[in-house]
Write a protein that binds this ligand. Sequence first.
Ligand SMILES: [Zn+2]
Length: 240
Amino acid sequence: MNIGFDKISPTPKYPLGINAAQLSSYDWSSKAGVVLQFKTALKADLRTAQLGRCCYCRRILFDDISTHIEHFIEKAHYPLFTFEIRNLALSCGTCNTQKNGNNKLLLSLIKKRAERQGKAPLSRCPTLAQELSPNATLPSDPQHYRWVHPHLDKYSENIQIEKGWIFVGKTLKGSRTIRGVSLNALAQIERRALFERLATRGGMLSILVGFISELEQHKAKEVAAVLARVLRHRRNLPSP
Ligand SMILES: [Zn+2]
C-alpha cells in the first residue's frame, strides 16, 4: 500500500527568531506566543514533510483537532526534548491514544512488579533502547531507538502495510512499533469506516464508484463482503 513518506526529511526548521533554548523555559501546554507560534509553524511544516499522513499508521491526517504533535521520546520522561524538532512528528488521534494507553499500561506493570520485589520502579521509555543521563543530548543514531523513528528510520524497511490495513513487521523495530501503537487494531476501525462510506452513498452507480475507489486500500473480497452488508442493510430500511 502507498505509505506516502518513508521518513521525515529534511528536518523542519525553527521559525525565524525562535530557537530551542528560548523554548526550553516553557511548558508544552504554555499559551505563550512563542510556544503557539512554534507549534503552528511546526504542524504546517510536518504536514508537508509527512505528505499529510500519520507518522505511525500512514493513514491520511484530517482536521487539525484530531492531529497531534507526537513526542517520540515522551516529554514526561525527558522534558529536555520537549521542543526538539527531531523528537516531534504528527500522528492521528487514534495512534496517539493507543500509544499513550499502552505506555500507561506498561508503566503500571513495571510499578507493580517493582512493588512485589520491594524495589523502586525504574523509569522506562518504550521508544528508547536504553535510558539516558538527565543532561544527555537527543540521540541521533537509529540504534538508540527500539521503535521505528519517524526522522531516522525508513518505514518501508521496517513495516509493510497490506491491503485492509494489516501491519506486518519486517524487523524487530517494526514489530515493536506495531505492538506499541496497536496498529493492527486499525483494521476493524477501517472496516467500520468502509461500511459507513459505502452506506452513505446515494444510488447504485455511486456505490459502484465507491466500491472501485476502495480497492486501493482494501482487498476486493473484503470490500465485496462489506458491500453485501450495505445492500442487506438498505433492503431492511423502511421505505422513505
Ligand atoms: Zn495513526
